[in-house]
Design a binder for this molecule. Sequence first.
Ligand SMILES: OC[C@@H]1[C@@H](O)[C@H](O)[C@@H](O)c2nc(-c3ccccc3)cn21
Length: 605
Amino acid sequence: AMPPYKDASALVEVRVRDLLGRMTLREKAAQMAQIERTVASARALTELGAGSVLNGGGSAPGDRSPACWADMVDGMQRLALSSRLGVPILYGTDAVHGHNNVFGATVFPHNVGLGAARDPELVRRIGEATALEVRATGIKWTFAPCVAVCRDPRWGRCYESYSEDPEMVRSLATIVTGLQGEPPADHPHGYPFLGSVREKVLACAKHFVGDGGTDRGINEGNTICSYDELEDIHMAPYLDCMAQGVATVMASHSKWNGERLHSCRCLLTDVLKGKLGFKGFVISDWKGIDKICEPRAPQGSEYRYCIAQSVNAGMDMIMIPYRFEEFLEHLVSLVETGEIPLSRIDDAVERILRVKFISGVFEHPFSDPSLLDIIGCKEHRLLAREAVRKSMVLLKNGKNQKEPFLPLVKNVKRILVTGTHADDIGFQCGGWTVGWNGNSGKITPGTSILEAIKESVGVQTEVVYEACATEATIESGEFSYAVVVVGEVPYSETVGDRTDLSIPFNGSDLITRVASTIPTLVIVVSGRPLDIETQVLEKIDALVAAWLPGTEGMGIADCLFGYQDFVGKLPVTWHRSVDQLPINSGDANYDPLFPVGYGLNMFQS
Ligand SMILES: OC[C@@H]1[C@@H](O)[C@H](O)[C@@H](O)c2nc(-c3ccccc3)cn21
């Protein structure tokens, strides 16, 4: 007869119990390992039975095409299914603003822009679309949403946070329902959920906990605050994710009052699993356990100690990602010596198997080719365009109260478009797009801001474009107005940590040169507020924060030319000067350039 764990009609907990009972210690330990795709060999997947595979930031198969991804994942799955007990892998990827690693996928605005849009239903729909594009490549798990509450824009991951306001972040946790599906009303709190196997993916709330609150915004730094502040500001969104049945949680590289989250039993076990009742599994971040021995010993040394500390603290799966066999030997040995109780291993593997069974991966281990052309489809691009439009924040509209500058007049004779970010898809997508840190140029199909402007103005209008307008051009006259598009180059994580938030490439100089002669709209393409000097702000006629809009640049033109009004409001404080940082709504003497919640519509100025 069929063993219960292979019986799709059996209760999940029965299948978990049955399979766990059949596994050797080594097989259990292997399920707790997540390895990188480049080391996912037959030995790792079939002989040793690693539980999970991921692709790191920019790691991708072949030409990054959807079919290439699906073939890769299916190939790994076949290897896993040939293992002794035939336990399929869970493949995970960072689809954090669409299926951003895949060439041709729809790239949605990064989270800070969605925080500006403040539309929970829109974010749920984005989750739905993202889930479909991820499933089309045979992948069933995304390391999203990042529910960080970014309290300091110097942090390189500010753009991955919806807002500095925990209530705003909580309201946008609806993406979990979009990604995983809506759990039934009687769904047990904290228990992982997945709706349709065909169209939904497992989500991962990250990075638990306090990743956005580190001192001076230093990535992987130290969050210094009371337990109550940690709970009220940084932990609150996890309750909303769990109420929606989030299947996994990723631990943060950061520390709380000096204690590393990756080895913090109090927060990972007593709080998350105990007090909050989380029943899915906790995964480490990339080489997250390798840092546990720091600063006493160099990262990556004392691996046995690192494994013992993290697993005993409550880590269920380790994103190793390359030292799999070493990890396996140490973990098995640690249990044999009693340094890690077998009950801890059984708890971890039980959680992992529970998520695998509810994900349907036992019944549907392979990709679904019929979904392939949903990647980058028109409907998803229209959804992304709506999200771009709603994320635009109008910060200045006209030099005096009576004459709004926007909407831009379409049928004018001649306009100037200039700036480093006017015609660069890579720049407008930001980090975590095709490459880990993102790139510049035509990295994937999309519409740049310049292309969107050209498509929106009248046929008679001459659009003059120069990445950096020369004096000759500026003085050549007859421009009805200029659009200057400046901002940040793409970055992710520590690469994006800044103490200087001035506009790169001498953006302020370009703005001043153009605005001294021509009526000027400035668009800032950035993952966070940048310094706008008072004299620059006074010189320009209008200012729009576009954040990191992704591939659908038409959404920006929709607002500029008045097809749709501006609805975006600042999700983060726009500081006057970096000397004020951190500055958050609710602070005493809160005196920003623009406060959280600020945003004009076209009829205001
Ligand atoms: O991609 C997997 C995870 C992702 O989910 C986390 O949010 C993020 O902290 C992260 N950094 C790296 C990573 C960092 C440096 C080099 C290589 C990889 C990998 N990852």
